[in-house]
Design a protein around this ligand. Structure first.
Ligand code: FES
Length: 498
């Protein structure tokens, strides 16, 4: 049957299978629509418009002649940072470094002679139509979508490589090497391997990577090789190892703590010879998914909130109207709500009928029967959003506690917050809500996209790849699931500091 999709600037009619949902028809037509919960009808983020009425694409069955309007998508603002490979007179041509994230794919084209980054590009993952987190992707793979997931990531990397060459005026024929970092699930899908075993205990990956393969074997449009950085476990991948390489943790003389927060919070604690690491399922809150007004770090996203001179001040990407809230904005908002006395230690958001300070009253409202805190005309934080944040921050904080205890509670000289989210986050707010330990606030700094910088370094094989292999061997993985110390710490860490 025929179904027509309308976007801001275009129209496309496709053949949909009898009984298929709008989301399935979109996927089969190669169109993208974010489906953070993987099409289970839970997140409400796959909203499309049929005859002017909102409907969930994953729950709506196609009808002959149906016309579906898709939401407009803003371009992603991705913090790429400047990487630099070590100049090597023995090198020629160009290399491409890729951070293949669950949410975002970021790539840089590098001049292999000078080591300079010539062009950068960040895009939302084309796999997001199969869910926002690795568990949804694994489920999709198990359900028979693995070939489509693999094709999506390979096509995306190939397309981004072509775009980077065009941007820099470089010839594709002069590209001869690619270095990819990512979590183990994304690397499995890129390599065409089944990530299914990562989804259940003992969470063992099929491959730990750390090897070089022929570019053609991954459908890359250049003659040369692709290196995939080594993973430590099913949930701590080459992106973490590359991040540690970029910040120089393998050469640190005092213990450092490295945290990369996304749908999973990956953490590493140690120095030089011995580094403990773990991964805690932080859930979707930090990526803005399953948050009522949540969105990615794109134009219109509130990245920061402060209370100044008797009013709220919002930082909005692009400087225009606030359209939604990304992870760092949610953390800031919660910190402001705690300071204003409208959020208690247990996470209860007070309502207008409660005894609240007068300065907070104008911001309190009800949304769908829930207490909410209004930040802007179209942006608010609901009680359920606070609960999602508590789950996420509790998992990360408990992971940090377990790592510190397992390491013998050493004094920590630096706390590095990595990832695009880590670049926006205000350390004071992260400490205020208990995401990071208050005693480390003075040594906390943003590390930017360290994983991508590590990928750039790994383009030059000799030194960086040896260091990455050594890093992997020195990293000891702590499995948090089933650990009583973690469950206890998690329950306590869901509360906000008093
Ligand atoms: S509600 Fe449709 S993808 Fe989540």
């Amino acid at each position: 049957m025929e179904v027509t999709f309308l976007t801001g600037g275009g129209r496309r009619t496709v053949q949909a299978r009898e009984g298929s949902t709008v989301l399935e028809a979109l996927r089969e037509a190669g169109c993208e629509l974010a489906a953070p919960c993987g099409g289970q009808g839970r997140c409400g983020k796959c909203t499309v418009y049929i005859d002017g009425q909102p409907a969930l694409a994953c729950r709506t069955v196609c009808r002959e002649g149906m016309t579906v309007r898709l939401p407009d998508v803003s371009p992603l603002a991705v913090e790429l940072g400047e990487g630099a490979a070590r100049p090597d007179p023995g090198q020629t041509g160009f290399g491409v470094a890729c951070d293949v994230g669950t949410t975002t794919v970021a790539c840089q084209l590098v001049d292999m002679v000078s080591g300079r980054v010539l062009a950068s590009l960040g895009e939302a993952s084309r796999q997001r139509t199969y869910g926002a987190d690795v568990i949804s992707r694994i489920r999709a793979s198990t359900d028979g979508h693995r070939p489509a997931l693999t094709a999506a990531v390979r096509d995306q990397l190939a397309g981004m490589l072509r775009a980077l060459c065009e941007q820099a005026g470089a010839a594709l024929a002069d590209v001869h090497t690619m270095a990819c970092v990512g979590n183990p699930t994304m690397c499995h899908l890129l390599a065409g391997l089944a990530p299914d075993a990562i989804g259940a205990a003992p969470f063992a990956p099929v491959s730990y990577f750390g090897e070089t393969v022929d570019a053609a074997s991954l459908d890359m449009p250049f003659a040369g090789t692709v290196y995939i950085a080594p993973a430590v476990s099913g949930y701590v991948g080459g992106d973490v190892a590359a991040g540690l390489l970029a910040v120089g943790m393998d050469r640190a003389e005092e213990p450092w703590l490295y945290i990369d927060v996304g749908t999973n919070g990956e953490m590493a604690l140690g120095r030089g010879e011995r580094i403990l690491c773990c991964s805690a399922a932080a859930g979707p809150a930090f990526e803005g998914d399953r948050i009522k007004c949540g969105m990615a770090a794109a134009n219109g996203a509130v990245t920061g909130v402060t209370y100044e001179d008797g009013g709220l001040r919002l930082d909005v990407i692009g400087g225009g109207e606030a359209l939604g809230l990304c992870g760092s904005g949610l953390i800031d908002a919660a910190a402001v709500m705690l300071d204003m006395g409208v959020l208690d230690k247990t996470g209860r958001l007070l309502g207008i009928e409660d005894d609240v300070p007068p300065r907070a009253r104008p911001y309190l409202c009800q949304v769908d029967g829930e207490n909410a805190f209004r930040l802007a005309e179209r942006v608010y934080v609901t009680q359920s959003d606070v609960r999602a944040l508590q789950l996420g921050k509790g998992a990360v904080a408990a992971g940090i506690q377990v790592l510190r205890r397992t390491a013998g509670d050493p004094p920590i000289a630096r706390l590095l917050l990595a990832g695009g989210f880590g670049s926006y986050i205000r350390p004071e707010s992260a400490a205020r809500i208990g995401l990071i330990p208050a005693d480390l606030l003075a040594v906390t700094e943003a590390a930017g996209n360290a994983a991508l910088r590590g990928a750039v370094m790994a383009l030059v094989p000799a030194d960086a790849r040896t260091r990455l292999a050594r890093l992997r061997d020195r990293m000891a993985y702590v499995e948090l699931s089933g650990l009583a110390a973690f469950s206890g710490a998690y329950l306590r860490a869901m509360d906000f500091p008093g």
